[in-house]
Design a protein around this ligand. Structure first.
Ligand code: 5GP
Length: 188
């Protein structure tokens, strides 16, 4: 059986990535979201095992030591990482997999699996990103500042991605990603 395709999708927090991805999943079958492990606490509405595996620092460090993660990174003082086994299983069953990860992790995956396709989702502007981050209303001023400067650093690295998609409109951006995935699937 043909292996599935691995998609790395990055974008600064607040760029609307999760909403765009939800829309992409509505249009594509045989494509799965890789649930990451994180030491960050759950936001309102987030479900353990669906949005993330919420774990302690001790548990996360154990996973690193046991080589259970395909990649991992620290982001705004928390750990985030991709459990390796589920990703490998889904790919070998012929399913496509989406990793929603930040740029350091994306670099690690591209090094290990150069056949992975990387996409970067950009906000229409930094002003719009700041407006969206504040609108979320879940974070302190300090966290917002830190996420904004992180965003600027990430955007500066977006040039190394295979594709860049501007989230000016959720439907349009999702449509563009679905088209990219269709083209790649045909090529396989
Ligand atoms: P958030 O806290 O807003 O859910 O995520 C913060 C950042 O961590 C986002 O850019 C998200 O893509 C990234 N992220 C989520 N899961 C992982 C992961 O498993 N590995 C890495 N490297 N980054 C992740």
């Amino acid at each position: 059986m043909k292996k599935g395709k691995l998609y790395i999708i990055s974008g600064p927090s607040g760029c609307g990535k999760s909403t765009v991805l939800r829309e992409v999943f509505r249009h594509r079958r045989n494509i799965f979201f890789s649930v990451s492990a994180t030491t960050r606490g759950p936001r309102e509405g987030e479900v353990d095992g669906k949005d993330y595996y919420f774990v302690t620092r001790e548990e996360f460090e154990r996973m690193i030591g046991a080589d259970e993660l395909l990649e991992h990174a620290q982001y705004v003082s928390n750990y985030y990482g991709t459990p390796r086994k589920p990703v490998e299983a889904m790919l070998s069953e012929g399913n496509d997999v989406v990793l929603d990860i930040e740029v350091q992790g994306a670099g690690q995956v591209k090094t290990k699996m150069p056949e992975a396709v990387s996409l970067f989702i950009l906000p229409p502007s930094l002003e719009e990103l700041e407006r969206r981050l504040r609108g979320r209303g879940t974070e302190t001023e300090e966290k917002i500042r830190s996420r904004l400067s992180q965003a600027e650093r990430e955007i500066a690295k977006s040039g190394s991605y295979d594709y860049r998609v501007v989230n000016d409109d959720v439907e349009r951006a999702a449509g563009e990603i679905v088209q990219i995935m269709r083209r790649i699937r045909r090529r396989k």
